[in-house]
Design a protein around this ligand. Structure first.
Ligand SMILES: [Zn+2]
Length: 337
């Protein structure tokens, strides 16, 4: 069985975006604010979006199950206030639940959180509990920068975040560290802000003793860990200079990397540098990078192909990356049966 730990609902009906636009318009004129029940999406509309995209790609590439979350760029926690974020998050998570209910063999949910810049993450606890306990979700996406490119909130290692971590530990769910869209024109969102977010989170973890405080807390750093594997020597050296333990001891019991790296040399490097126990298969279908690589003739995001072609991993290690490690990081997956 092949589990893809990173897929987003990028093919929701257009009425979802229209609702969001009304919500944004309502920030200027509250008379325009839409009621939640003004958004009506049928099961057939959901099927239409999923079957021609995520489900078709799963079948074509021979993957079985996708850990599925709302569109990451759409989270946009910087828009409006905590109330804006709460309603939007409620709607987006409910749609993920509906996809997972329609296709229980193919998708299992991970929630977005109702974060808002400057608002304590304690406000995310109720939504996380609701999604795990009522919807059967198995994790969350945590935005390390709810301001959308200005980094105005404390680092992930600050006690600011601890109440949310306590709940994650209690529920035994991991977080994927995942930024959203960038409203800072200096940072392209998927090309710069995403990779910066991944790299920044890892460096924050190095400087802290977060995992002494939370020995069972788990994070997945997506997009192959940003710049981390490529600069592993720098990070090892920085940790050494700071008098920290080796990265293996310091972080690798708690931090995992996915395989959303869209070329063979990148996957070769990732799998040589990062221990197989810390790598989780993922593709981030559909839409992070949409095209076909003219050098190979295959889609950039067809990450299974790169892993299959890695020659330096044993079959047992590949099995861990495709399946076993995901089950270890997301233990609630086992409850799915
Ligand atoms: Zn993503």
């Amino acid at each position: 069985m092949i589990i893809d730990c990173h897929g987003h609902y990028t093919t929701a009906p257009k009425s979802l975006e229209a609702f969001r636009q009304k919500q944004i318009d309502g920030l200027k004129d509250t008379k325009l604010s839409p009621a939640k029940n003004s958004l009506q999406i049928s099961d057939d509309q959901i099927r239409e979006g999923i079957e021609g995209a995520q489900l078709r790609i799963q079948r074509e590439r021979g993957t079985d199950l996708t850990i599925f979350s709302p569109r990451a760029g759409g989270m946009a926690h910087h828009i409006g206030n905590a109330k804006t974020s709460a309603l939007w998050t409620d709607i987006c998570n409910e749609l993920i639940h509906r996809v997972c209910t329609l296709y229980p063999q193919n998708f299992i949910g991970v929630c977005q959180l109702p974060q808002s810049p400057g608002v304590r993450p304690d406000n995310c606890i109720a939504e996380l509990e609701r999604c795990v306990n009522e919807y059967g979700f198995i994790g969350c996406n945590l935005n390390p920068d709810p301001s959308g490119g200005y980094w105005t909130d404390p680092p992930l290692t600050d006690k600011w975040w601890y109440p949310l971590y306590e709940k994650m530990v209690e529920l035994d769910v991991p977080a994927m560290v995942h930024v959203s869209s960038s409203c800072n024109p200096a940072f392209h969102f998927t090309g710069a802000h995403y990779i910066n977010g991944d790299t920044t989170a890892f460096m924050q973890f190095i400087t802290s003793n977060l995992f002494k405080d939370f020995p069972t807390l788990r994070f997945v750093i997506p997009h192959g860990g940003g710049a981390v594997p490529y600069h592993w020597g720098r990070y090892r050296g920085l940790a050494q200079d700071m008098g920290k333990p080796t990265l293996q001891e310091h972080l690798l019991g708690n931090v995992y990397f996915d395989t959303c790296v869209y070329h063979q040399a990148g996957i070769d490097l990732l799998t040589r540098v990062i221990p197989a126990d810390n790598i989780l298969f993922a593709s981030e279908i559909v839409g992070a990078v949409k095209g076909i690589d003219p050098e190979t003739g295959y889609y950039y995001d067809d990450t299974r192909r790169y892993l299959d072609a890695v020659t330096t991993l044993s079959a047992a290690d590949k099995e861990k990356i495709f399946n076993g490690n995901v089950r270890k990081v997301y233990p609630r997956l086992a409850k799915r049966g």
